[in-house]
Ligand binder design. Structure first.
Ligand SMILES: [Zn+2]
Length: 93
């Protein structure tokens, strides 16, 4: 069987060489995500370095955290679009 190989896209290549230190597993991330997002949105407490590093490198957890941020924003009466911009800034800060 011959599989056709596609060259890596720039984004994929970047994700592979991304510095994911300090390391956090998806399970660890999942355990922290509720509290971390809530503290960011409600307490204005920034994400921890491992949490941010994981979100930058893991699109699954990033999407999870973003949708949680959207829900929390609704609950807290915050404007959703603005909250997500704030969230993205907190991840890349
Ligand atoms: Zn993850």
């Amino acid at each position: 069987m011959t599989a056709s190989r596609k060259p890596l896209s720039d984004d994929t290549a970047r994700a592979l060489v991304l510095n994911a230190d300090p390391w956090l597993s998806c399970d660890d991330c999942f355990e922290q995500v509720d509290e971390a997002v809530e503290q960011l949105l409600i307490g204005n407490i920034p994400f921890s370095a491992p949490f941010k590093a994981h979100l930058v490198g893991c699109s699954v957890c990033l999407e999870e955290a973003r949708s949680l941020a959207g829900l929390l924003a609704l609950d807290a009466g915050l404007e959703a679009a603005g909250t997500l911009v704030w969230f993205d800034n907190a991840v890349s800060a």
